[in-house]
Design a protein around this ligand. Sequence first.
Ligand code: ATP
Length: 423
Amino acid sequence: MVKIPVTIDLSGQIEKQLPAELAGFIRTAGEITSGQGQSLYLVGGVVRDLLLGRANLDLDLVIEGSAIDLAHWLMQDKQGKITTHPHFNTAKLQWHKWDIDLTTARSETYARPGALPRVKPGPLSDDLFRRDFTINAMAVHLDPGRFGELIDLYGGMDDLKHKLIRILHEKSFIDDATRVWRGLRYEQRLGFKLEPVTLKLLKRDTDMLDTISGDRIRYELECILGEEFPEKALCRAEELGALAKLHPSLRSDRRLGKKFGKARGFAYPNLPPQGLYLALLTHSLTSGEIECLISYLRLPKSVAQIIRDTASIKARLESLADPGPAPSRIYHLLHGYAPLAIVATSFAADSPVARRHIELYLDKLRYIKPALNGNDLKEMGIAPGPQIKEILNLLREARLDGKVTSKQAEVELVREWMAERTL
Ligand code: ATP
């Protein structure tokens, strides 16, 4: 019996799930392209998410023609910004609050594992075949006559139905091992499973992560940390050997999940800053190991600072766990470190006493300042110079430890200091 392929029409989902402005935009784009005798498609993650009923406003459009020409046609009567990459014939549109990627349909070949691909224009079928997973390799017609028709050449629908992450060919992870991390991210985000052959090849090819530059790995890690529950993909990465490729000493277990949960509570309703997540992930590493990871991933300075500071505070945890230190002692143990490093330590420290002291610092001690300032001291007759700083520190300490509680008491303390010096 001949099987007649069923046409799946996604025009309803497009109207329902995309804001009217965007749905209108892609309809017009399809009409313009078709008027030029070319074909336009919606592709990738947004198609997957239309089918899953998940929100996704990152539109990727593929044209069998020229993406840069299309960008100019589209923006002719619209206010928006076009960024083009002539080498790949791709363009990015920033229109209202939307970012829209336009790509010329292309095929890709890899000169060696992990290299950036060589690309050349090709039909849509090649463009879909170069993609990472079947569920990301579907497209939707945007030409007016076929608007909304699903194109599923590699079994994406079936895999969506069975909740499977499947690569398109056996060499996929070898060509581009970033797909290892991408696979784990989709698997955990969507609650899917790596399809058995894909899983076997992923395990076989995890070593190919060594062929990928630190910058690209950092990007994948940033994507993972942008997920709702990054610890899920990190745990799976540990299980499958990918986490060890970041650094062999990294661990992701239930305790890390708990700490990440605290980070989410801290940052809510926003996502936790990546530096905070990374400080928690690297908390068990030595300073030397942390330096290796920072230089491998070429982490931005501010993030590296948080991680380094967290490691330095770790060396002070024993002192912070001492019962009953003066508040000024706690202040001195923590002062000067990046605030997020101190927050990270409060989530990561094992000792409840240390945690309490860190919280005291974060909630109260760090804001305590003397009432007098440098000018007041000069007016009281203190000569400008290092002694101003010395007295301000003395006043802060006295405030922290409750030895002075008013401006008048501070004035008296300064006078005592002056009297001692003139003896
Ligand atoms: P997300 O939902 O996380 O934004 P996405 O599916 O939109 O994911 P992008 O990283 O924006 O993913 O990439 C867009 C599309 O480009 C993907 O859906 C996939 O088809 C393709 N793609 C991206 N990275 C790769 C890769 N490393 N190898 C093959 N195809 C890729």
